[in-house]
Design a protein around this ligand. Structure first.
Ligand code: FES
Length: 151
């Protein structure tokens, strides 16, 4: 089933829409010029996932430098599990402190050698259902029959 969400011109970057399709609620997000759709049902305990706060991810390849990525996480408003909007994959879960403190030291770059490790994201156990989103004739359309492949 295809559901028209909105005109592209009325759906600015950074915005989201929640559409009701029968008993199913789907969140559609515009990130830059791309659109993504997630089931508005948190796989943890069924919270309204797509109503949560969103934030871009960041990455770093060396001390003192970071990049703000195009992918965006949405945090479930019930217990805080965070999901990649583009894939539905969960990462940070409840009970985990979002911001931890560690000892910090200052060292010259040469002293770090090749032993510096930048942690990768560790996937959580949950994956929110995702759907394909297209732009057809200036309208954003969600296709609930075409679920995205699990990555
Ligand atoms: S129901 Fe979403 S984090 Fe628990």
């Amino acid at each position: 089933m295809k559901i028209v969400v909105a005109k592209v011109s009325e759906f600015p970057p950074g915005d989201r829409r929640i559409v009701q399709v029968g008993k199913r609620s789907i969140g559609v997000f515009r990130i830059g010029e791309r659109f993504y759709a997630l089931n508005n049902y948190c796989p943890h305990q069924g919270g309204p996932l797509c109503l949560g706060r969103t934030a871009p991810t960041t990455s770093s390849s060396r001390p003192g430098e970071y990049t703000v990525n195009e992918d965006v996480f949405v945090a479930c408003p019930w217990h805080g599990w965070e999901y990649d909007v583009t894939t539905g994959q969960s990462y940070l879960g409840p009970g985990e402190t979002p911001v931890r403190s560690y000892g910090v030291s200052v060292a010259p770059g040469e002293a770090l050698g090749g032993d510096v490790k930048f942690p990768d994201r560790v996937p959580g156990p949950y994956v929110a259902e995702t759907f394909e989103v297209h732009v057809e004739d200036d309208y954003v359309v969600v296709d609930t029959t075409a679920r995205q492949a699990v990555r």
